[in-house]
Write a protein that binds this ligand. Structure first.
Ligand code: FAD
Length: 454
């Protein structure tokens, strides 16, 4: 492979640079002195794409990542538009999925993919490969890597002055005990995922989250052939009361997982159920990794505070229904950084909170509000009970539904269909829900609802 993960991170002494104080630089006023400095906390897709855009814009950029070879617990599925938009080389994509099986609570299946053109696919990636590539690219472009764990972000009093970032510096080590270190910067991008410390530091507010669980299973070769270019999605109250379960092909294994918001305590029981439903196809498989992680359900109440902007999971940009967040992380990182580059005139002036809100946040909401809303509604309607889930799978057989769904997913636009087909679909949906309710077994009552964490 042409790239080396985290190859270019440098040691403690190289990066403990106190950024220059710019006495003549004032908010919103051009300066001839030092350029502004930005720390990006987190080196996943959001942080790496933010750091790339900042570095390209000539801004002094630090990217702080606690684990340079991090393999984020993730299905790794990315939409086709991400490959071109983020200039991903072909070797980043382990598998090109062209077929999808949707499997209902009663094990009825819908085969999806008939409407795809020959060059269209869903990309399956390993996160350690994708994240490593994006991060290394940002570093090659000039972002200064810091291999360390951020423990605190100190916000300047009254909003004036520098942000102090306190971190444990691992130097050239992979992890372990680091050296206590700090840097001071003019701005911060919080790209540190669902448990974001940056979000806490700026009191960005909480969000509801799902807990997602995944097992990586290495299958015998003949079993793996079945998943060559096929992914499976399972629905049913046995798998999740409010989400779906998946078997996604990875490089040389499959990721098998599920998630839930409303009954997190039962996640292992749901995982057992998906293993049972897919048992024939997973037979002979060897468990190689077990992982779990939160998935945000909606954006945080505050995504910009002072000169700190949150992006990716730290901001809460995962879609409901599909649980998709990689593209949105990369895109939001890039959009926030490009707004900063432009507002700061390539690092010459300090942008204000209002300016960042009126560019990055406004543009983001304009672009994606409808996408999130549609997927919220779909989740509320179709993951409600087994009858609705049966209807969902039946509807997925419909070519029009497949075309609209794939176009929206692959190209990240809310596709406008034909009004006549939309009306037909409405009637079809009602029919499917009635039929679904007739054949479905009722949902089992949920024993424990983890309301504290909703
Ligand atoms: C089980 C599961 C399956 C999923 N499947 C898919 C899928 O198939 N497709 C999809 O699009 N999305 C999927 N998602 C969602 C997707 O993983 C996230 O939306 C995406 O990773 C968000 O990227 P990010 O860069 O914002 O955050 P992350 O990928 O979480 O990256 C954050 C980075 O910050 C670093 N970091 C965190 N805290 C600190 C700190 N204090 N100091 C220094 N560094 C820090 C972390 O090590 C990490 O590298 C899935 C999520 C889960 C949990």
């Amino acid at each position: 492979m042409a790239f080396v993960f985290g190859s270019s991170f440098v040691g403690r002494r190289d990066v403990r640079v106190q950024t220059r104080t710019s006495s003549r630089r004032r908010v919103g006023v051009a300066s001839v002195e030092a350029k502004i400095s930005v720390a990006v906390v987190g080196g996943g897709p959001a942080g790496s794409c933010a750091a790339e855009a900042l570095a390209k814009g000539g801004i002094e950029t630090y990217i702080i990542e606690r684990k340079m070879d991090n393999a984020k617990p993730c299905g790794g599925a990315i939409p086709l538009c991400m490959v071109e938009e983020f200039d991903l080389p072909p070797e980043i994509i382990d598998r090109r999925v062209r077929k999808m099986k949707m499997i209902s609570p009663s094990n009825r299946t819908a085969d999806i993919g008939r409407t795809l053109k020959p060059d269209e696919y869903i990309g399956m990636t390993r996160r350690e490969v994708l994240d490593g590539f994006l991060r290394d690219r940002a570093i090659e472009l000039g972002a200064k890597p810091i291999n360390g764990l951020v423990s605190e972000v100190q916000v300047p009093e009254g909003g004036e002055g520098k942000y102090k970032i306190i971190y444990s510096d691992y130097g050239n080590k992979k992890a372990g005990k680091g050296t206590s270190s700090e840097i001071e910067v003019d701005m911060v991008i919080g790209a540190d995922g669902a448990n974001s410390r940056v979000a806490k530091a700026i009191d960005a507010g909480e969000y509801a989250y799902a807990i997602a669980f995944q097992e990586r299973i290495k299958l015998p070769e003949d079993k793996m052939e079945y998943y060559e270019e096929l992914a499976e999605m399972y629905v049913g109250d046995d798998i999740s009361p409010d989400f779906y379960g998946w078997v996604f092909p990875k490089y040389d294994h499959v990721g098998v997982g599920t998630g839930t918001v409303i009954n997190k305590n039962a996640i292992k029981q749901y995982q057992t159920a998906i293993r049972e439903r897919a048992a024939d196809r997973l037979e002979g498989g060897k468990l190689i990794k077990v992982e779990a992680h939160p998935i945000p359900e909606h954006p945080r109440p505050r995504r910009v505070q002072g000169r700190v902007a949150l992006v990716g999971d730290a901001a809460g940009y995962v879609t409901k229904c599909s649980g998709e967040g990689i593209y949105f992380a990369a895109k939001s990182g890039r959009m926030a950084a490009e707004a900063i580059v432009k507002l700061s005139k390539n690092g010459e002036v300090l942008p204000t909170e209002d300016q960042i809100k009126n560019t990055y946040i406004r543009d983001w909401d304009n672009k994606y509000w409808a996408t999130y809303k549609v997927l919220d509604i779909l989740q509320a309607v179709f993951y409600r009970n087994n009858g609705a889930r049966e209807a969902f799978v039946e509807l997925c057989e419909d070519e029009y539904v497949q075309k609209v769904t794939f176009d929206s997913y692959l190209y990240k636009t809310v596709t406008r269909g034909s009004p006549v087909d939309d009306i037909k679909l409405l009637f079809k949906t009602v029919g499917s829900i009635i039929r679904g309710n007739q054949i479905a077994k009722p949902d089992a009552p949920i024993a424990v609802i983890d309301t504290k964490k909703l």
